[in-house]
Design a protein around this ligand. Structure first.
Ligand SMILES: [Zn+2]
Length: 217
């Protein structure tokens, strides 16, 4: 189990696993924290896994991952072709992806979906994350959505306003296919970080927030 000191020495090389169901989930949920980690721990290694990245969404996922993490630090970019919305019905195949990952990496920190996310794909990936990685530090990120499932996260990562703007700029630039969706707006992403910043007294006013279900000190 890891002691992750965000304010600790920058010489440490973190091994980070980012899990997302769909292209843009990782970036929306924890993109600011990834930018901060990459800056603060420049020797870190990132493993980036998107389970449903098909066609233009695959190209967008590739582009975004490389915007958020320098190619030298991006050790693994795994883009799978599971159908959006149908992952629970392909559970065995999705679990196979996790089992293969487990054999190859043992991350210091894992970013994944929230177990209480109302999107069925998101929830499955959250469950498989816990089911697969049994001795790891897991942070569950949040994705705003029409259904409304935001809760009370208990881990906050303050982010500079500059980092937040960069996150939102990258998201809007990388995921052009999503611009037609009414919720996919700069204001949505900035508002989330502004509210979480308020809840943790962030000096910059902004933060991302996570659920930590288990922490070993
Ligand atoms: Zn998603």
């Amino acid at each position: 189990m890891i002691s992750l000191a965000l304010n600790g020495g920058s010489s440490r090389a973190l091994n980070v696993l980012c899990l997302g169901c769909h292209s843009d989930d990782i970036e929306i949920g924890c993109g600011g924290t990834i930018l901060r980690l990459a800056e603060q721990y420049p020797r870190s290694t990132f493993h980036w896994v998107v389970l449903s990245a098909i066609g233009v969404r695959k190209a967008e996922a590739q582009r975004a991952a490389r915007m958020f993490v320098d190619s030298g630090n991006l050790r693994r970019l795994l883009l799978k072709g599971f159908r959006d919305g149908f992952m629970p019905f392909a559970g065995a195949e999705v679990k196979d992806v996790f089992e293969e990952l487990k054999e190859k990496i043992s991350p210091d920190v894992i970013f994944t979906h929230s177990r209480k996310d109302v999107h069925q794909d998101h929830r499955l990936v959250a469950e498989l994350t816990w089911n697969t990685f049994r001795n790891h530090f897991i942070l569950e990120y949040e994705i705003p959505k029409y259904d409304g499932d935001l809760g009370q996260p208990n881990v906050f990562v303050p982010l500079s306003a500059q980092t937040c703007r960069k996150k939102v700029r990258y998201i809007m630039k990388a995921f052009q296919s999503q611009h037609a969706k009414a919720w996919f707006r700069q204001e949505t992403f900035l508002s989330m970080m502004r509210l979480r910043g308020m809840e943790c007294n962030s000096p910059s006013d902004y933060a991302e927030a996570f659920y930590c279900r288990k922490l070993v000190l």
